[in-house]
Design a protein around this ligand. Structure first.
Ligand SMILES: Nc1ncnc2c1ncn2[C@@H]1O[C@H](COP(=O)(O)OP(=O)(O)OP(=O)(O)O)[C@@H](O)[C@H]1O
Length: 708
């Protein structure tokens, strides 16, 4: 008897928006009378029929996929959209044949080459496989079996220099090389998000930048809502994503689903996932694999590596690739793997998780390495002789030869780099950078604290309510001016160093996915941070100015603030340079003080300008302390004619009080000249531009390298 019912794919109890697929059952077997011409695009092409009908039937529930009305093998971008979220512009079959990877011995450095007698390590040995649209392939194997290495070969990513890769990787029978990245999505193990955005904001950001240029904004926003519903994110759509360990946000499972949602927006026909369930409990892991099944049911091709899938999860796999020692121990329908192993006299005990059993059987145990190696070699050799393996090799050959038959990638495949115009990229990235700055509660509070509390504290220490100076004040005022410079430098330098390297991996990943260019990111970031680099130093300077009796005149106040704001921005530029050069908070934090200290030394406060040795004069030109100190000191002292002797404390000074010094004499003592002001400004401008330019160049290099 045939029954047809709607089964939710994402198991969210009582969720009115749960996604359903048609499940047609005839006593556990696919219904032969069901109209397959409308059940799935897979059935439309006989080459794919096997994957939809046979995969996984029997052991697990038979899914007859939702109607697929989209075109087959047409369209020029994978993220071409239609009214249906299910529409994959171009279903893709991925095949790989005789993939071999060798790790060459590493050089010992200093041009000494590799150690004598060191042999290349053979990491992958003649690994072949094929995975078709509408199929979920799980790659399993013990640690070190070669899963990540194979994923890297298939995705043309993360290949280190010492690896030599041989083999043939094809999409629909066509060798596409690195273009595979434009046609696929790669979900890496670690989810990287800007934690201050909400789920919906994040998806809108992605939709505006990643989807095809020809799709209107309204359609994009509709698609976002559709994806939120499809991936069960409705409940947390307006919750901030959060930053683990810092700001509480959505759960681990929701983060994973959000990562899928981010990729699904652009409708990739091919998705690679690296350990998508790591760190999740078994319920969440099942939920994630159900999400994969949902995506597969729309005609996508998904390849995932997994650690320790539960029995329930195992039953959801269509195809299984078991790797051991870089070789294929089994490749084929997941539900036939047990039979293959039992034919080899490896009988999985009843009620035992098949995945665990396979991994244990194929593992190389440290206390019996030789035995284990013999066992896995025999399994791999046997698999090569099976009809499953031969059938697979035939299919690979067939799809490669049919690529010349029009059964291939559309010839007008558009691999243009970005999905949005330069201006659209700029507006959206600027918006996100701005939101990130103003919403980060910890950073924002820290900046307010630093600005108000520390300036008031300094103000109380240097408190002075008049601008009549005596000799005691000279040391205080000079110390205060230099302290102001140091405080503004450190505050802004470390604000950048503590945060920018944390954001770099997100930038590199998004740049790699073609969301926006380096120039857009850098420019937006610089502009978005400008208000913080201006307002906080200005407020700091203002509080101190009026508390400490610096030279009281509006012009002088404004000049002082301008120089301090300028210095703060140079310090920020320097922070960007150090951060992009080292890309790690820890290293940048260790390097920055070591570089700043000599620059401070040449600031004109600790070391007189006249005494700098000639051979070190160039360092002086890198020290913005020197130039800004000269500017603010001239600004402070140039109009001061009376510096009374120490015993004069009254205000105004009594008639005839002894004058010991003038402001000009103080400037002379430091070798500061009023005439240098223009030069000072020019050098500061050069340092500001130079540091930013260097940061930009370093960022471009880093971005290009990360894509290599
Ligand atoms: N660049 C490299 N140079 C030398 N050896 C490498 C390199 N990359 C990987 N290997 C080695 O290749 C083998 C397979 O590594 P791979 O990371 O692919 O394993 P895996 O199955 O993904 O393991 P895990 O599940 O622990 O991540 C390991 O022994 C590893 O040490």
């Amino acid at each position: 008897m045939m029954t047809e019912e709607k089964t939710p794919l994402l198991t969210q109890p009582d969720d009115p928006e749960a996604v359903y697929v048609n499940v047609t059952t005839t006593g556990g077997q696919p219904d032969p009378n069901h109209d397959h011409s409308t059940t799935s695009h897979i059935v439309k092409d006989t080459r794919f029929a096997q994957s939809s009908g046979s995969s996984g039937s029997g052991v697990r529930q038979n899914l007859l996929y939702e109607p697929y009305d989209g075109p087959l093998m047409t369209g020029n971008r994978y993220h071409r959209q239609s009214s249906s979220a299910a529409d994959i512009a171009q279903p893709l079959s991925l095949s790989w044949k005789d993939v071999n990877v060798y790790a060459m011995p590493k050089d010992r450095g200093c041009c000494r080459g590799p150690p004598k007698g060191a042999e290349p390590r053979h990491l992958l040995r003649n690994v072949s496989g094929i995975v078709k649209p509408g199929t979920l392939l799980a790659i399993l194997g013990a640690s070190g079996a070669g899963k990540s290495t194979l994923m890297n070969v298939l995705t043309c990513r993360n290949q280190t220099k010492n690896l030599v890769v041989q083999g043939d990787v094809r999409l629909n029978g066509v060798e596409v090389g690195k273009s595979i990245r434009n046609m696929s999505a790669y979900l890496q193990q670690d989810d990287l998000f800007i934690g201050t955005l909400t789920v919906r904001e994040h998806l809108i950001f992605r939709a505006l930048l990643r989807m095809d240029k020809r799709i209107g904004k309204k359609e994009r926003l509709q698609k976002v809502e559709e994806v939120i519903r499809e991936l069960g994110l409705s409940k947390c759509a307006d919750t901030v994503i959060g930053t683990p360990g810092r700001v509480k946000g959505i759960s681990g499972g929701e983060r994973k689903r959000l990562a899928f949602a981010s990729e699904v927006l652009s409708n990739p026909p091919l998705i690679f996932c690296d350990e998508p369930t790591s760190g999740l409990d078994s319920y969440m892991a099942k939920n994630i694999v159900q999400t994969l099944k949902l995506l597969v049911s729309k005609g996508r091709t998904i390849i995932t590596t997994l650690h320790q899938p539960s029995s329930e999860v195992f039953e959801m796999f269509d195809q299984l690739l078991l790797l051991t020692e870089g070789r294929v121990a089994y490749f084929g329908p997941a539900n036939e793997a047990l039979e293959f192993f039992s034919n080899e006299n490896f009988q999985c005990p009843p009620n035992y998780n098949p995945a665990d059993y396979f991994i244990m059987t194929l593992a190389i145990l440290p206390d019996s390495v030789e035995n284990c190696k013999r066992r896995v070699e025999s399994i791999c050799n046997s698999f090569e002789k099976t009809s499953t393996c031969k059938g697979m090799m035939d299919e690979i050959g067939e799809i490669s030869s049919s690529s010349s038959n029009g059964y291939n990638l559309s010839s007008d495949f558009d691999s243009s780099r970005y999905g949005a115009s330069w201006f659209a990229q700029f507006i959206n990235v600027l918006w996100r950078s701005w939101v990130t700055n103003v919403r980060d509660p910890i950073v924002f509070k820290a900046k307010i604290f630093q600005t108000i509390v520390i300036s008031v504290l300094f103000g109380l220490i240097y408190l002075k309510t008049n601008d009549e100076y005596n000799q005691n004040d000279v040391q205080n005022i000079n110390g205060l001016l230099f302290l102001l410079l140091i405080q503004m430098t450190m505050q802004n330098l470390f604000a950048v160093i503590n945060l920018f390297p944390l954001e770099l991996p997100i930038f590199l990943r998004e740049y790699g996915s073609g969301l926006y260019g380096v120039d857009v990111y850098f420019l937006s970031k610089n502009i978005a941070e400008l208000p913080a680099f201006t307002i906080f130093p200005f407020v700091f300077c203002t509080i101190l100015y009026w508390m400490t009796g610096l030279y009281q005149a509006v012009d002088n106040y404004l000049i002082l603030c301008a120089v301090i704001v300028f210095s703060a921005n140079i310090a920020g530029s320097f922070g960007y340079m150090v951060s992009t050069a080292f890309a790690s908070v820890n290293v940048a934090l260790a390097v920055a003080p070591a570089v700043i200290t000599p620059l401070l030394l040449f600031g004109g406060f600790f070391l007189n300008n006249n005494t700098i040795p000639d051979w070190l004069l160039w360092v002086k030109y890198l020290s913005w302390f020197q130039f800004s100190n000269e500017l603010i000191s001239v600004n402070q002292w140039k109009n001061v004619d009376h510096i009374y002797c120490t015993n004069v404390t009254e205000y105004p000074a009594p008639e005839g009080s002894p004058v010991c010094e003038t402001g000009a004499a103080i400037l002379e003592g430091f070798n500061f000249k009023e005439d240098n002001q223009f030069l000072d400004l020019m050098v500061m401008a050069a340092l500001f531009v130079g540091f930013r330019l260097l940061s930009f160049i370093l960022l471009v290099i880093r971005a290009k390298r990360s894509k290599a």
